[in-house]
Design a protein around this ligand. Structure first.
Ligand code: PNS
Length: 174
């Protein structure tokens, strides 16, 4: 009998920071694939709120219960990293129809560069369809409550970031 090769997928993103919408995609994705790699993009052209290490640590805490999920930082082209990791699928969440155009563009570009990699879209659960990292940062920056929008570890780190920023001379909690 032919041996089945493990189906590894990558779920890439900026995750600045991880939201419950992202976590929903991770939880559902890990049941479809043998192994799911959460790829945290280290983008030299962007100034994120959290460093890539901070983002990775928060995601690792949130996915601790999931044995087949691993978190990795990558830079450069996603397809190169996906190939290096032996992935056959790129997983992306779709919140609304407005995401579709951009996501299709990325998927087609990636397919042009790496035809052996398939992009699969998972519609985000309706309760998270309005959610993104930018909104979460905006709320937290003005002292609003983000409970239920992000995992507890992210809620704590956001509080640490913004509280310490408002006290002159203090440093973030990392
Ligand atoms: O969470 P985001 O910011 O929507 O994720 C975008 C991401 C990381 C999937 C995309 O920007 C990406 O893959 N960047 C890596 C560079 C790359 O491969 N670019 C070519 C395709 S856009």
């Amino acid at each position: 009998m032919e041996e089945r090769v493990a189906l590894i997928a990558i779920y890439p993103g900026s995750f600045d920071p991880l939201t419950n919408g992202h976590l929903d995609v991770i939880e559902r994705g890990r049941k479809i694939f043998d192994y799911l790699i959460v790829g945290v993009l280290k983008n030299p052209h962007k100034q994120p709120l959290f460093t890539s290490e901070e983002r990775k640590t928060m995601i690792e805490e949130a996915v601790k219960p999931f044995s087949n999920v691993e978190v990795e930082i990558f830079d450069g082209l996603l397809v190169n990293f996906a190939r290096q990791k032996g992935c056959r699928v790129i997983l992306r969440g779709l919140r609304a129809i407005s995401d579709y155009e951009y996501e299709t563009q990325i998927a087609l570009i990636n397919r042009k560069m790496a035809p052996e990699l398939e992009t699969l879209f998972l519609p985000t659960s309706t309760e998270f369809s309005y959610l993104n990292s930018t909104i979460v940062k905006e709320i937290a920056s003005f002292g609003g409550c983000v409970r239920g929008l992000v995992p507890p570890v992210v809620e704590r780190r956001l509080k640490g970031k913004f509280n310490s920023r408002s006290i002159p001379g203090s440093s973030p909690d990392f």
